[in-house]
Unconditional design. Structure first.
Length: 1219
């Protein structure tokens, strides 16, 4: 077998056809399924090669994340080089590369980078055809709508279609020269990389990024045409998983995840993805180096990754969270310089091994090391030496670092095992960590090491003669990772009290390098898992006015234990002046005598009923933050930027540069400048550094809706960003200031709104995401919705008496998914006027409606709410309950509004100020205060179809209504199915149809009637198939509908009938010769459970399951029975197959190594008809045994109807075979 190998050769040879199939490998939740590595192999100088220099990555990892150069794979528009086997002699043959990765057992995550916007000097036929930029890949616009990402969405769709598992698209959807699809090499695609790199001027705005996600996910909002047949990952293959672009800063600190979700209007991704590098610069910028994973994740107080997981739990529960980049550099220059993530090579290896189970423990779903080899081993730049393989230059051999050898040991020892949890978690001095992995309760592995608590880095800590105990242990293999042996060095440790409850081994020395103990026990024994301590979130307390200390603060902690109970709590103080601690032996700690200007840290230790201890820590900042001048700023009102609170750095403000460059009489580091030199001249804050913030103590005088206006200067064309928070909640979205002619010219910038503020005292924080702005002041204004039109409106001119309509979108066409119920809204209100009183429409036939994300539509008649409409603006108020009365419309996900004439006659009317109201957060759908079009709704042309803005005379043509037919299923007796599609158009005719397959196995033959209303599909593979029917009308409008067909494989089964109140039974043999069979499987790990599937095909009769039995017989035993009803566990058996599991211990007298017969017996459980019995198997051990079913291993009788009678006999009952 070929392996993914890193070698020093400069050529590549592929000899296997790219079209041969390779299967995706399911590692079923093992550590192999969790641990991944980033690879750049195909784009650097490593290649596949047979030879002594091969370095096999598959010995350490089974998942890889591959940065794919888009510019190389699509060097010209719609010209793809996926299967180019002679690409300048370089390793660019992607089909073969991915096939070989799959063959070696790797699962692949693909991350396209490098947009084709430049000419590469090597690739002479590449052209800079792309009009976007590297970091904001938008074309045809600024990037604030999905259609601005057409080219990238198209590339992702073609990539997904080719390498995804499904196939089945019409060839008209494919742009590759060979039309290959469904190779099943890649099931995960990440659209781009690190969109929120705040250190760049050209950052991807979060609101724009949400629009990009819509385009990348499934092409929502991307206009498809002849030059763009599919867009987005899901249009290429619905079974390819969309991984969010990896976010720096873990996505939470800047609110990027929040804003992306809000902008997209939905969850347009399948997996949350973040990057995090464990470095001290996050904690102490004056000393930059890498730190241990325990310090960074547990002891630093940052909790960055934990915040990501908590965000997921609160906003998108169940969505996996991946960490796709973490790592440490190893290069130390002769002059002592190194990167911010530096660790010596042995420490790098230690940290990597210890990071994987710790990341698993805090809730990560997958983690990828960055990365395979050093691209610039002699450079002190970040990432240059973070590989597990290195070399001095391009002509020297590759060298495995200790981390490579360490990972081969880890993968060999725990790769096929399941992570169970921490057995020991930071106990003792030095503290010991031990993680538990298992295949069964008799086959377990412990990963164990020690370190000095609170140490930033490894310092050589060891612990000699450590005694490790495991109940009933009889064997213990110790594997020690070394710097030069693949798989580590193995020795067998002597087990004291072997096989006893207090069995133990003595480990000569624990160190900072984990070792592995493979434990074999004489009987099933679960090792205790360490409890979990939670000291709560870090806190900030403000000193009360006029006080020197804080009298009381309560820190709420907790503890939990998955396999026991918490029996003890103990709080200790780690740092800060001595505080009074009360109830220190309970979960909740009461503190007093806390003084201002100090940082405190406390630790909570919890103990479980097995004596295991776990710790967590919490920090508390006591700040003497006071309003500037002694008075809180009032809302509503104007707040001068320079009037932020007192209290100093880290309390009232954060300034990363230090030292004020300004003029204002404040003794701190904030850069405050004067606008001029005249008396009474105002001040402003100038050019803050990204990440800085300032705080204000404010009082909201009355609860209600507000808008926010900020006076900001921006003296260049680059995008700048600032945002405002009240008590941690963002207000008005991200402000992107308008460009001004000078630093001291301030333009008004209005945020999104309105937003709701509660009366009372609050903390306002201003966050500067970028440099390059000057902040003068900002004003909170009470929201006053207009009662008359003061800006644009749209005009619906209908000169004809027929059906005509206009669609009204919130933002851009088909890119809306709006929760109009937010804040408890109860009514839809809008204003309407008759612009031509010589035309009087029939208002009972003028309707206003709403459509949700599922295309469910509901409308009302104008005449039901107003008696007449004249030349003045008339308010129409509609209870939302009227719109939901007839249809179950989802008002949490509104896509479109519609104004239509159903033969209302000729008219010329105006409509404006469409607002959902009645709650605390009125929502402006269209009008002067539209959140994204605030300037008199100047962008009304984007929200109304057809394009035209004021004075819309063209009339929208409704898309056809399409019905692909009902969802259905067929059994194996059929091989084809005809879908009864249909379509109608209310104001025209249907001109074209097209069926496409969205998902499922490849059809046995091309679709018959693909371009007609009715379509026939032929199948030869069982599975679930999804199809879509498109229909076009004479105006080119298109409608669509989806349908699902399940082609179900049930094989044969037994149908048992009991037509009398007596005892009737069916007796089963394993094969026709009644040979005894060993149903325990592997006797070293024997099966312990019988599984049987039941299904009632006749629901008119009932079965008393307390009188229904399963019996077994071996060569030397009588029939032994077990009652089925006792093992239903509350489940009911109806018209779906239900699995019933019965312990083999119920059949105590049966020799399960010599089983000859089974019987299913009704002891007056009936009468009943058509009870299905199928898939009888013995499980629970390492080798399941199928006694009867589709996967019968000894013969083919079970799956074939004609042979089923050879394996059972009738015993006073009616038995039949059934397909």
């Amino acid at each position: 077998m070929r392996k993914l190998s890193l070698c020093a050769c400069g050529f590549i040879a592929f000899i296997i056809s790219a079209l041969s199939s390779s299967a995706y490998t399911d590692y079923s939740g093992t550590m192999d399924d969790f641990m991944g590595i980033n690879i750049h192999s195909v784009y650097w100088t490593q290649h596949y090669r047979e030879g002594n220099e091969d370095i096999d990555l598959s010995l350490g990892f089974k998942w890889v994340r591959n940065y794919l150069r888009w510019d190389v794979q699509e060097p010209q528009p719609d010209v793809y080089r996926f299967n180019d086997d002679d690409f300048y002699g370089k390793a660019r043959w992607l089909d073969e590369y991915y096939r070989l990765l799959n063959e070696d057992g790797f699962n692949i995550v693909v991350t396209p980078i490098e947009v084709p916007d430049h000419t590469d000097s090597f690739y002479t036929d590449m052209t800079p055809w792309f009009t976007g930029s590297k970091y904001l890949p938008a074309e045809g616009g600024p990037g604030d709508e999905p259609n601005h990402y057409r080219e990238r969405a198209e590339f992702l769709a073609q990539l997904s279609a080719r390498y995804g598992p499904t196939g089945g698209l019409s060839e008209t959807r494919l742009e590759t020269s060979d039309n290959v699809q469904g190779l099943d090499y890649v099931r995960y695609i990440e659209g781009a990389n690190e969109p929120n790199q705040k250190w760049r001027d050209e950052i991807w705005p979060d609101a724009y990024y949400g629009q990009w996600m819509n385009a990348a996910h499934d092409g929502r909002g991307v206009i498809r045409d002849g030059g763009l047949p599919i867009a987005g990952i899901k249009q290429g293959d619905p079974n390819v998983t969309h991984v969010m672009c990896g976010l720096v800063e873990n996505g939470v600190d800047l609110g990027f995840l929040d804003q992306t979700l809000l902008s997209a209007g939905r969850q347009a991704y399948d997996i949350i993805n973040v990057h995090s590098y464990f470095r001290n610069s996050h904690l102490n910028p004056t000393v930059e180096h890498g730190v241990s994973p325990e310090y960074y994740i547990l002891e630093s107080g940052l909790d960055e990754l934990q915040k990501t997981i908590r965000w997921r739990d609160e906003n998108t529960p169940g969505t996996p969270v991946w960490l796709t980049e973490f790592g440490w550099d190893t290069h130390l220059a002769y002059n002592g310089t190194h990167s911010r993530t530096y660790a010596p090579e042995p420490s790098q290896g230690n940290y990597i091994l210890r990071a994987f189970p710790l990341l698993k423990k805090i809730g990560m779903d997958k983690a990828f090391l960055y990365f395979d080899f050093d691209p610039a081993a002699g450079s002190p730049k970040m990432h240059s030496s973070s590989g597990i393989i290195t070399r001095i230059n391009n002509v020297t051999p590759l060298r495995r670092k200790p981390s490579y050898y360490y990972m081969t040991a880890m993968s060999a020892m725990v790769g096929e095992y399941t992570y169970e949890g921490a057995h020991i978690f930071g106990e003792g001095t030095p503290e010991v960590y031990a993680y538990l992995f298992s295949k069964s309760l008799t086959d377990q592995v412990i990963m164990i090491w020690c370190r000095e608590r609170d140490s930033f880095i490894d310092n050589g800590t060891t612990l000699n003669n450590y005694v490790f105990s495991a109940p009933y242990m009889i064997e213990c293999e110790q594997v020690v990772p070394t710097v030069d042996v693949i798989g580590g060095v193995s020795t067998n440790l002597s087990v004291a009290q072997s096989g006893q409850n207090d069995a133990s081994v003595t480990i000569a020395q624990l160190s900072e390098t984990p070792i592995f103990l493979k434990i074999t026990t004489s009987q099933a024994a679960a090792l205790n898992l360490s409890p979990v301590a939670d000291a709560g979130d870090n806190l900030e307390a403000i000193l009360p006015d006029g006080e020197n200390t804080i009298d009381q603060i309560i820190i709420n902690g907790s503890g939990s234990d998955v396999d026991g109970t918490i029996v003890g709590y103990q709080w200790t103080q780690l740092s800060g002046p001595s505080a009074n601690m009360q109830q220190a032996n309970t979960a909740n700690l009461t503190l007093s005598n806390l003084t201002a200007g100090n940082d405190y840290e406390f630790a909570l230790a919890v103990t479980d009923d097995d004596g295991a201890i776990s710790r967590d820590r919490v920090s508390l900042i006591v700040a003497d933050r006071q309003p500037f001048g002694g008075n809180r700023r009032s809302i509503p009102g104007v707040i001068e930027a320079e009037d932020y609170d007192t209290g100093g750095s880290g309390v009232a403000y954060y300034d990363s540069t230090g030292g004020s460059k300004g003029w204002y009489n404040r003794d701190d580091d904030v850069d405050i400048m004067k606008i001029g030199n005249a008396p009474g001249t105002e001040f402003y804050i100038e050019n803050p550094t990204p990440g800085e913030w300032i705080k204000y103590s404010v009082t909201v005088t009355q609860s209600g809706l507000y808008t926010l206006d900020a006076k900001i200067g921006k003296f260049n064309a680059n995008e700048r960003r600032v945002y405002f928070e009240i008590d941690g909640v963002a207000l008005g979205g991200i402000f992107r200031p308008l460009q001004t002619p000078t630093w001291t010219t301030f333009y008004s910038n209005t945020g999104e709104g309105p937003f709701y503020l509660e009366a009372g005292d609050h903390t306002l924080t201003v966050h500067f995401e970028t440099a390059g702005i000057a902040l003068d002041k900002f004003e909170f204004i009470v929201y006053d919705p207009p009662l008359v039109d003061s800006g644009n409106y749209f005009r619906f001119n209908n000169p004809n008496p027929n059906w005509q309509s206009v669609r009204v979108f919130y933002d851009t066409k088909w890119n809306d998914d709006i929760d109009v119920l937010a804040g408890g809204n109860t009514h839809l209100e809008f204003y309407i006027t008759n612009l031509d009183m010589t035309l009087v429409p029939d208002w009972s036939k003028v309707k206003v409606g709403i459509s949700d994300i599922n295309s469910i539509y509901s409308d009302i008649c104008i005449a039901d709410y107003v008696s007449g409409v004249g030349s003045n603006w008339t308010l129409v108020s509609v209870p939302l309950s009227d719109l939901t009365a007839g249809n179950i419309i989802d008002l949490n996900h509104v896509m479109m509004m519609n104004v239509r004439s159903t033969s209302a006659g000729a008219f010329d009317i105006g409509i404006d100020e469409i607002v959902f109201t009645g709650g605390t957060m009125p929502f402006v759908w269209l009008g002067d205060d539209h959140e994204t079009n605030p300037t008199s709704n100047s962008s009304i042309v984007m929200t109304v179809e057809p394009v035209g803005g004021i004075g819309i005379d063209a009339v929208y043509d409704e898309a056809p209504f399409v019905d692909a037919g009902p969802d259905d299923f067929i059994r194996p007796t059929l091989t084809s199915y005809t879908f009864p599609g249909a379509a109608e158009d209310i104001e025209g005719s249907i001109t074209n149809y097209e069926w496409v397959q969205l998902s499922g196995p490849v059809l046995a033959a091309p679709m018959s009637g693909q371009y007609a209303a009715e379509m026939t599909a032929t199948f030869n593979t069982f599975g679930t198939y999804e199809f879509r029917l498109y229909a076009w009308d004479e105006a080119g409008q298109r409608g669509e509908d989806d349908v699902t067909l399940v082609y179900e494989d049930t094989g044969g089964y037994i149908s048992m009938e009991h037509t009398a109140l007596n005892n009737q039974a069916v007796t089963m043999r394993y094969n026709p010769d009644e040979d005894p069979v060993n149903v325990l499987g592997d006797l070293s790990q024997p099966n312990d459970t019988l599984e049987v599937h039941f299904k009632r095909f006749d629901l008119n009769s009932t079965i008393d399951w307390s009188k229904f039995y399963v019996l077994m017989r071996s060569s030397a035993s009588a029939m032994i029975s077990a009652n089925v009803g006792a093992y239903l566990n509350g489940a009911s058996i109806d018209d779906e197959w239900v699995k019933v599991s019965i312990p083999l211990s119920e059949f105590g007298g049966v020799d399960h190594t010599q089983l000859t017969r089974m019987r299913f017996q009704s002891s007056k459980a009936g009468p009943f008809l058509a009870l299905g019995i199928d898939e009888i198997q013995f499980t629970g051990g390492s080798k399941p045994v199928v006694f009867y079913g589709d996967d019968h291993t000894d013969n083919n009788f079970a799956p074939f109807q004609s042979d089923m009678t050879a394996t059972f006999e009738l015993t006073n009952g009616a038995v039949d075979t059934a397909p």
